[in-house]
Design a protein around this ligand. Structure first.
Ligand code: PBG
Ligand code: ZN
Length: 322
């Protein structure tokens, strides 16, 4: 026999040497949920280990993470002022801009701050846009999303992550930012975001469940891989700096296919339901949490993602899994 692939699996040293995929702390983004108030740390029932934070407690938790090397975060505002026009999403004193200012004042360039840009936590109906006749209106929503992005940029956000899935939002946001001088604020597009049941636990976390209907008239149909590529390349042409695939685990083919068609960095979002499934099975003793998490993270990297947004990263660094 000439070919014996097992030769390169003989012992740990040779296995390390030939490993094709390696992870590092630098690739990870940790999501946070901010609520109004002071001194709030409210654990989320369906996401063990993840909590709602108010600004002050957020600051302390981010500091803890920074010491461990978690220096990229993504902020979600959980609004309590809801309206049909989502006005509280883009006021400069609203939740996210205010938290960004505080974090940037304390940590400056040591912390990379990504903000989620979407209005579903600020609308009365929980949809990701402005509604009329039971339909989320594309162009009026794009205007609001762009304004919200600008408010985050003015507060000091390093990168904006629009997750609404309206058509044309990347170009609108890029133009508004550039016009106001924010040429270096990056955009990570939730380029292919599928209408997914894996967002279940997040809806509780961000208080954004649609009161009526679903998100299928704007998020993508999970049966469509070609359309996913088309969506992502449109966002590239509109000026996105990073293309994200979301959810992650059930969409490895989408990441892999996108990797063959773009030179932009590809990010994935290992979403709430993916996290909760692992946590629940681990709590029951049915799986080995560390091994399952590490296998999964390597799969994302192997599929083409160089940026991974995941709720697992704090465990990974605290317990030295990396
Ligand atoms: C809403 C939004 C969702 C997530 C991120 N932004 C949920 C949804 O679209 O219904 C999901 C993230 C997660 O599940 O961890 N714009
Ligand atoms: Zn939304």
């Amino acid at each position: 026999m000439v070919h014996r692939p097992r030769r390169l699996r003989k012992n740990p040293l040779v296995r390390e040497m030939v490993a094709e995929t390696r992870l590092s702390k630098d690739m990870f983004i940790y999501p946070y949920f901010i609520v109004p108030g002071k001194n709030v740390i409210h654990p989320l029932e369906a996401m063990p280990g993840i909590s709602h934070f108010s600004e002050d407690t957020l600051l302390k938790d981010v500091e803890k993470g920074l010491k461990l090397g978690v220096n990229k975060i993504m902020l979600f505002g959980v609004g309590d002022e809801k309206s049909d026009d989502a006005a509280s999403a883009y006021h400069d004193h609203s939740l996210v801009p205010s938290a960004v200012r505080l974090l940037k004042k304390n940590f400056g360039e040591d912390l990379y701050v990504v903000t989620d840009v979407c209005v579903c936590s600020y609308t009365t109906h929980g949809h990701c846009g402005i509604m009329k006749d039971d339909y989320v209106q594309n162009d009026p929503t794009v205007e609001v999303i762009a304004k919200m992005g600008l408010a985050h940029a003015e507060a000091g956000a390093d990168m904006l992550a629009p997750s609404d899935m309206m058509d044309g939002r990347i170009s609108a946001m890029r133009h508004l930012l550039d016009g106001q001088g924010f040429v270096n604020t990056a955009i990570m597009s939730h380029a292919t975001k599928f209408a997914s049941a894996y967002y279940g636990p997040f809806r509780e976390a961000a208080d954004c469940a649609p009161s009526k209907g679903d998100r299928k008239a704007y998020q993508m149909d999970f049966r469509n891989g070609n359309e996913a590529l088309r969506e992502a390349l449109l966002d590239e042409s509109e000026g996105a700096d990073v293309l994200m695939v979301k959810p992650a685990l059930a969409y490895l083919d989408v990441m892999h296919n996108l990797k063959q068609h773009t030179d932009l960095p590809i990010a994935c979002y290992n979403v709430s339901g993916e996290y909760s499934m692992v946590k629940a099975a681990a709590e029951k003793g049915w799986i080995d949490e560390q091994k399952v998490v590490m296998e999964t993270m390597h799969a994302f990297a192997r599929a083409g993602a160089s940026i991974i947004t995941t709720y697992h990263i704090r465990d990974m660094v605290e317990k030295n899994w990396l």
